[in-house]
Design a protein around this ligand. Structure first.
Ligand code: FAD
Length: 552
């Protein structure tokens, strides 16, 4: 296990804090590729606020104008407190406006892992909070009549293997122990909705839905203003002094004093609070949208809700804009960025929905997510008056809403529900090596999932061939190895990702990398802690701040 940092939420030792200075020459760099949402040019694009150019006294200052920061600010303002949001770039320029738009209950971690860690009662409460996040988003869209968000109900978590035991275990935990609203779908029902023999059974989450997240973020920003908050764009928080009753935040052209600070900067917090930022691992996710596919899309995919068909959100998709397919996946080392990812998506679509024929992507982009090591969000009070809403990973649409509401209630009403997250402490996420561990882990998990799926389809083909009156035909697919599957796809003229079918012992690789990471971390142990003026912020593929502020 990783050594934990020398602090936890609300640790008294943290009170000896110092001012943290951030390089003044920071500029925000957008992640790679313009998103389809931005290209839609809806009314929601009109949001723009001026930078802070004066000194300001407020009850609460929120650092970060993504979904976490906006929700926290809106909820603080709705309770009658004065609140300012400082956003280094434009509202929702990062993950919040560039994600795949699945609003799902739950968290990034497996519900069974939650039960193992915190017990079934607390896990049920946490699950309930995550469902509250889904309902928050739904209510905000409805109550504020947000334009362009286009919510569509339902999420299918589809299995590519024919062994229902695992899914049954999850379904019974969710349905019976957590009281979640879910439905089990048998293979025939799944294949009527998603016409692919890649798929077997599924869990349907009827309360989940999908949205245009950029339109939602901007709608939420307007709702935040309407609640009485002020938002300053192009206003990076350069330093904070969190000591004392009135805490101080410096920006390039103005200062803020506040009784409470909420840090909601995701992976971009490194220049401001490197120690805290080191507890979040940046992982790049990719999204691509096809050109209009016409009627052939509805013939292949009769379902309008969201679909996930592999673990770790590695492949998920939905129909957008009437007849376009949005396909998304995370992780992997992709030197070619979104274009590489889109090519890989083409290969996946060709395999899963061959009836679609060749599909062309018109938009492809990436965004950066922040993962904690336990894949649960970091929600809580770090020192008195300094709050953290971070580490939402790939499951941020509901959890940012949940966290924003929890923190606002804690600040204004001393609501202590955020303490349910105390078992999920701040754990160092491994810097560059940690990132590699994650990429290797996700990549090899994807390979082994492909392999299991291929075996499942082969078993099904054999069953059909052996059934009385069934077709007398060989197994539909070769089942020799992932590499053979690769060669087969290539032989059929389909695009295949680079031949990377090397056997990898995931636990062994992870353990080696973890040990190396631990050693590297221990070497610098005495330089760490929070806040500190030096130290190595978390490594990331797309540093958000253009100039390399960590070098200064
Ligand atoms: C490609 C992709 C697909 C995804 N798909 C889904 C999905 O389908 N469903 C789902 O639930 N989640 C999804 N996610 C995850 C989700 O988008 C994120 O978890 C969520 O948006 C995080 O919100 P945030 O407010 O914490 O961070 P961000 O959106 O990153 O916002 C943080 C903001 O803080 C600002 N900031 C940082 N430091 C400072 C500073 N010093 N001063 C001022 N401002 C600062 C930054 O400029 C930034 O705007 C996806 C993410 C990606 C990248």
């Amino acid at each position: 296990m990783f050594r934990q940092l020398g602090f936890r939420f609300a640790d008294k030792n943290m009170r000896k804090s110092r001012v943290v200075q951030v390089d003044m020459n920071v500029t925000v760099r957008a992640d790679s590729g313009a998103s389809w949402y931005a290209s839609r040019g809806t009314e929601a694009d009109a949001f723009e606020r001026a930078p802070l150019t004066y000194d300001l006294d407020v009850d609460a200052c929120v650092i970060g104008g993504g979904l976490a920061g906006l929700t926290a600010a809106r909820e603080i303002a709705r309770r009658g407190w004065s609140v300012a949001v400082l956003e280094a770039g434009r509202v929702a320029w990062s993950a919040s406006g560039r994600n795949s738009g699945f609003v799902l209950p739950g968290f990034g971690t497996d519900p069974r892992a939650m039960v193992e860690r915190v017990g079934v009662d607390r896990a049920r409460e946490l699950w309930g909070l995550s469902e509250g996040g889904v309902e928050y988003v739904r209510a905000a869209i409805r109550d504020f009549a947000m334009p362009g968000v286009d919510p569509v109900d339902g999420w299918l978590d589809v299995s590519k293997v024919d062994n229902g035991d695992e899914m049954l275990a999850v379904a019974s935990l969710l349905g019976q122990d957590f009281g979640a609203t879910i439905e089990g779908w048998p293979t025939e029902q799944v294949r009527a909705a998603l016409r692919s023999d890649f798929y077997f059974h599924a869990i349907h989450y009827p309360t989940a839905f999908h949205i245009d997240p950029l339109a939602y973020s901007r709608g939420l920003a307007r709702a935040t203003l309407a609640a009485g908050a002020v938002i300053f764009e192009e206003t990076p928080a350069l330093s904070i002094d969190p000591t004392g009753v009135r805490k101080r935040i410096a920006t390039p052209t103005g200062r803020v004093r506040a009784a409470h600070i909420v840090l909601a900067g995701n992976v971009h917090l490194a220049p401001l609070v490197p120690g805290l930022a080191d507890t979040v691992l940046p992982v790049t996710g990719y999204v691509a949208v096809t050109a209009p596919l016409g009627e052939r899309l509805a013939a292949a995919i009769a379902w309008r809700g969201a679909v996930s068909d592999t673990r770790l959100a590695n492949h998920h998709y939905r129909i957008v804009g009437g007849d376009r397919l949005m396909w998304a996946g995370a992780g992997g080392l992709r030197p070619g960025g979104p274009r590489d990812a889109a090519q890989q998506f083409q290969g996946a679509i060709a395999r899963i929905f061959p009836q679609l024929g060749a599909v062309e992507f018109e938009h492809a982009w990436s965004g950066v997510m922040g993962f904690s090591l336990h894949s649960m969000p970091q929600v809580g009070e770090v020192i008195p008056g300094l709050w953290l809403a971070n580490g939402f990973g790939a499951h941020g649409l509901n959890t940012t809403a949940m966290a924003g509401e929890l923190i606002a209630a804690a600040i204004t009403e001393q609501d202590d529900r955020w303490r349910l997250f105390l078992p999920y402490e701040l754990v160092w996420a491994g810097g560059r090596l940690g990132r590699l561990v994650r990429h290797v882990g996700m990549w090899s998990l994807g390979r082994s999932e492909d392999w299991a799926a291929s075996m499942a389809r082969r078993r099904e083909a054999v069953r059909r061939a052996e059934a009385p009156g069934g077709p007398v035909q060989a197994a539909a697919e070769p089942a020799s190895s992932p590499a053979a599957g690769h060669a087969e796809a290539a032989a059929h003229g389909r695009h295949v990702p680079p031949a990377d079918a090397v056997e990898v012992d995931v636990p062994e690789v992870e353990s080696l990398l973890r040990k190396a990471a631990e050693r590297a971390k221990e070497t610098h142990a005495d330089e760490r802690g929070w806040p500190h003026e030096r130290g190595a912020p978390a490594e990331e593929e797309n540093p958000p701040f253009g100039r390399n502020s960590r070098d200064s």
